[in-house]
Design a protein around this ligand. Structure first.
Ligand SMILES: [Zn+2]
Length: 329
């Protein structure tokens, strides 16, 4: 891409799961005739989700996530179908299969960091059901496809867990091509949720603070993170989380990048926080360890060359890009 006078580097465009290429057609979602027309296009395709995981056609060593609309019905009963939008190739839908269409064969004991459940569509040896995080770490799909799968997974996760009205308890129904649910009993409308999470590096001159949770891969340190709570600004949430988890006070907060995170439906908000105290007191209920790392150490971790074998998160994670933006600044 050639640089234009107003070219800028947007770190959010480099994190995993960003880069959704779709025209979301948000002003047409309530037009049922229009949406039905899109569904009938020969070029219409659907992504398919079974129990929070993409369903994929096996193509030798590779996977194909796209199903023609009539192929979706052959996988089993669909619970919900949503319109994600339109791309150059045609309309894009996403379908959530009813749980009865798939079977959980195995739930491994280490099912925490990656979703390693073995799920099958009975009688369909030609398709595979696989965790999106594992697929993305392997680089199974290009950026736009990965972003569309992430959007489909988050939106369908919301539908799967909001089948009843949270006001009156009556069953709710899908509306606006999947971007709203409505309760016929009390007329309440419900909208898909995105949960904000702050993720940040406390920085003290040439050092930054990283921590590790017990469930992390051995030797990996990452940025601290936590859910933003009702009534908080992003800055307040960043300062509170660092204080709670590491006992460090911070002043000025700078936004660096954001990331849609489909596990299940968060928006990660990446920040740098200027530390104004440096004595770390680690909350051992949340973290196994937290400590200061020099810029040189951070660089060696990003390059996989740390003398003690310590590592940084993979490029899929915003924490990788946050650390890189600081370490290479
Ligand atoms: Zn209701």
């Amino acid at each position: 891409m050639s640089a234009s006078p107003d070219a800028f580097r947007e770190i959010s465009a480099e994190v995993g799961f960003s880069g959704d290429p779709l025209d979301r057609l948000s002003d047409r979602r309530d037009d049922a005739e229009f949406v039905d027309g899109l569904r009938a296009y020969p070029a219409a395709r659907s992504l398919v989700i079974a129990r929070d995981m993409p369903v994929l056609k096996v193509r030798g060593e590779a996977f194909d996530p796209w199903f023609a609309m009539d192929e979706v019905g052959k996988l089993g009963q669909a619970r919900e179908t949503v319109l994600l939008g339109r791309r150059a190739g045609g309309p894009v839908f996403a379908t959530l299969l009813d749980d009865a269409a798939s079977r959980i064969e195995e739930v491994p004991a280490d099912n925490t960091y990656l979703d390693r459940r073995v799920i099958v569509i009975p009688g369909r040896g030609d398709v595979r059901v696989t965790d999106l995080r594992s697929l993305t770490m392997r680089g199974a799909f290009d950026r736009p496809t990965t972003a569309m799968l992430a959007g489909a997974k988050s939106l369908l996760y919301w539908h799967a867990r909001h089948r009843f009205c949270s006001v009156c308890g009556a069953p709710s129904t899908l509306a606006a091509a999947g971007w709203r649910r409505e309760c016929q009993a009390c007329k309440a409308a419900h909208f898909p949720r995105t949960d904000p999470v702050v993720i940040m590096l406390a920085v003290d001159g040439d050092r930054c603070l990283l921590g590790r949770q017990p469930r992390f891969p051995k030797g990996m340190y990452s940025a601290l993170a936590g859910f933003l709570e009702p009534g908080e600004t992003i800055e307040e949430a960043v300062r509170r989380e660092i204080k709670e988890e590491a006992g460090i006070d911070c002043g000025k907060i700078d936004f660096v990048a954001s990331q849609p995170w489909p596990f299940p439906s968060s928006l990660m908000i990446g920040c740098l926080a200027k530390a104004i105290s440096v004595e770390a007191t680690v909350d051992r209920t949340e973290l196994e360890d937290a400590r200061w790392f020099t810029r040189a150490e951070a660089r060696s971790m990003l390059e996989g060359k740390h003398p003690d074998g310590l590592t940084a998160p993979q490029p899929l994670a915003i924490a990788h890009h946050l650390l890189r933006a600081w370490a290479l600044a």
